[in-house]
Design a protein around this ligand. Structure first.
Ligand code: SAM
Ligand code: SF4
Length: 465
């Protein structure tokens, strides 16, 4: 590996900077917001200035700037996906998680490959095209091969000829050789959350198993990228430690990936800790993040790394989700279950799942709601399938050219959803939104969008540019 894991996060530097900018002046905040509006990202000091904002007027300006950046770069697109929990076997003792080894309150289960295929069919039947495969850190007797087989099972699944087009993966850190095998299965993004970048807190909440090793975890994305996985996703479990520290630490992690590989993470996830069966910590987070602080976190990230996708899961309520779309969230899960086999059983997974969900609505309802708010639900997987990943994606995204692809592709993938899966009400809402969105586009993107949508209307599938 090209970096010693221990040098990625410099806690002293973070504390010094946070202290220096704990009460930034109006001028300092204004300067940072003006720089952020240029959409070239922010450095550590500038992010610290934004974390120090408490004045309501300045917060408002922060949210306005985030909204402007989100609109300019991403338009009204919102990418949708569903998690697929394949196993809740786990050898670790993360105090906040229902899957931890010693928790006797949940039923353990790892799905067979046939069951994984069947769960996937149920997701396809709803209209999903992107799956995030999730597992605890212990595999059945096949070992890591179980995960590789699971990716194949998801890609193999069909419902009425339709398929999943992108499998992202969130499993425990792998060795370099294992990452190469995962890459060979044609996964999309490999996601891994550091949970907390604060060393002592990390030690306090990870009481057993391999996950105790902070360095093995923080170096995982380096191994993934060295193994050729172009798109990696980072995240913090908000609630474990001071969010200001975590934001700056994330910036250090990103800077290190950029330094070594020339490109940072493809996505950032912002899970906020939710109650989980058998966990006191999850019900009483040591550093609870309020709704306002949560919106501030999303807005700061949008300014700090404008071209990195921000993912929000169904941990959050429908209300919080709608409030953060405008601030920079670009991908959301919908209709989720966090217990293996949950799509088949259709049970509410607050007892048997990994954590409690804030948004229990089915995909069709989420889509209708999102569309009514003027956001275009996107199932597009075009970039990844055309090889626009990693550095290539960033090169295309940074000058804004991605708009000429993403806008039309979002609309054609949405049209495909409406044609094949939508309820009559959602269909009506969706068609109106598609027409209105194309009417508001100009030039090449408008032409492309019109052509692609018309091809889908005539019955073609998987149409993208
Ligand atoms: N076992 C692997 C790991 O820990 O990296 C991957 C899967 S784990 C199920 C996925 C993520 O769930 C964890 O990284 C953690 O951030 C999140 N999680 C665990 N407990 C949670 C809770 N109580 N509330 C919200 N998210 C939680
Ligand atoms: Fe296991 Fe992951 Fe849960 Fe920790 S967070 S107990 S590693 S499933």
């Amino acid at each position: 590996m090209k970096t010693a894991a221990t040098t990625i996060i410099n806690e002293q530097e973070i504390s010094d900077i946070l202290q220096k900018y704990s009460r930034p002046s109006h001028e300092e905040v204004r300067d940072v917001l003006a720089k952020a509006a240029e959409m070239k990202g922010l450095n550590l000091q500038e992010v610290a200035v934004l974390t120090g904002i408490s004045d309501p007027l300045q917060l408002h300006e922060l949210f306005e700037t985030a909204n402007h950046i989100k609109d300019t770069i991403y338009g009204k697109r919102l990418v949708l996906f569903a998690p697929l929990y394949i196993s809740n076997l786990c050898a670790n003792e993360c105090t906040y998680c229902a899957f931890r080894a010693k928790n006797k309150a949940i039923v353990r289960r790892s799905l067979s490959q046939n069951e994984i295929e069947h769960e996937t069919e149920l997701l396809i039947k709803q209209g999903h095209k992107r799956v995030l495969l999730v597992a605890g850190e212990s595999y059945p007797k096949q070992g890591f091969q179980y995960v590789l087989d699971a990716v194949q099972s998801v890609y193999r699944a069909r419902y009425s000829d339709a398929e999943i087009r992108r499998v992202n993966v969130n499993v425990a850190p792998l060795s370099a050789d294992e990452f190469k095998l995962l890459k060979a299965e044609k996964i999309g993004t490999y996601q891994l959350f550091q949970e907390t970048y604060h060393h002592q807190t990390y030690k306090n909440v990870h009481l057993g198993g391999k996950k105790r090793d902070y360095d093995w975890r923080i170096s995982a994305l380096h191994r993934a990228m060295e193994a050729g996985i172009d798109d990696v996703g980072i995240g913090v479990l908000f609630g474990l430690f001071d969010y200001r520290f975590e934001l700056l630490a994330m910036m250090q992690h990103i800077a290190e990936l950029e330094r070594v590989f020339g490109v940072g993470p493809h996505t950032i996830s912002v899970p906020r800790m939710e109650p989980a069966t058998g966990s006191d910590v999850a019900s009483h987070p040591p550093f609870p993040v309020s709704d306002l602080e949560f919106r501030k976190i999303v807005a700061i990230l949008r300014l700090a790394v404008p071209y990195t996708g921000i993912i929000m899961s169904t941990r959050e309520t429908a209300k919080m989700r709608s409030e953060t779309f405008a601030l920079g969230v670009s991908q959301i899960s919908a209709g989720s279950r966090t217990n293996p086999g949950g799509y088949e059983e259709g049970v509410d997974d607050d007892v048997s799942g990994q954590f409690c969900l804030g948004d229990h609505r089915p995909l069709d309802e989420v889509i209708r709601d999102v569309a009514q708010m003027g956001y275009v639900p996107s199932f597009c997987t075009g970039c990844y399938r055309l090889g626009r990943t990693g550095q290539d994606f960033m090169d295309l995204a940074k000058p804004g050219a991605i708009k000429a692809h993403c806008g039309p592709n979002a609309l054609s993938s949405f049209m495909e959803y409406l044609n094949n899966y939508a309820s009559p009400e959602t269909y009506q809402t969706g068609i109106q939104l598609i027409e209105k969105t194309i009417a508001g586009m100009e030039g090449l993107p408008a032409d492309r969008a019109r052509k692609l949508v018309n091809r889908v209307k005539k019955g073609q599938k998987d149409v993208f540019c």
